[in-house]
Ligand binder design. Sequence first.
Ligand SMILES: [Zn+2]
Length: 196
Amino acid sequence: MRFIFYSNTNLRIKKIFKCILCGKYSISFICKNCKKTLRPSFIKKDDVISFYKYEDIEYLIKFKYEKFGNFIFKEFSFAFYLFSKNFSNKLNIIPIDDKTDKGYSHTAILANAMKKDKKLYSTLHSKNRVKYAGKSLEYRLNNPRNFEYRGPENIDVILIDDIVTTKITINEAKKVLKTRNVNVLFSLVLADLRDI
Ligand SMILES: [Zn+2]
């Protein structure tokens, strides 16, 4: 729910929202108190680094395809900003399949927060528009994304994705990039669901 207040004093428009986590009025979709509970951590499984436990963000991730999904991802992108700030090397960043279907792309929002790094937007897109959400491992294996890479060759890169469920997408992306001598150092994601 959203209300717009007109301030008499300076004629600035102030938007007031209801926090989607606790329901209290707030100047953003997630109030200050709830933001504190969303502090990112650093979880490493093989070459995938994730920032949140899936159960901690599951409720918010469900809004991903809503109109305000971009605001939710902007909140999450803070984790990527912190990583970028604290990681000394300047990195080449590839957001996986950053198509702007609804005017924005989830992975591009996350990559955009990595201020000092070089972003290679729209370089790795899938040709197959299959949706994996809720699909079985067998379905995912039988319906590859068929990525196409249009970026520079002979470089080291970091991949950005939102959720890792089986790692099929990342592995497929790595395979395609390898044919162009693009080496994936590691991948950064919001949450990694794999049990390792
Ligand atoms: Zn709240």
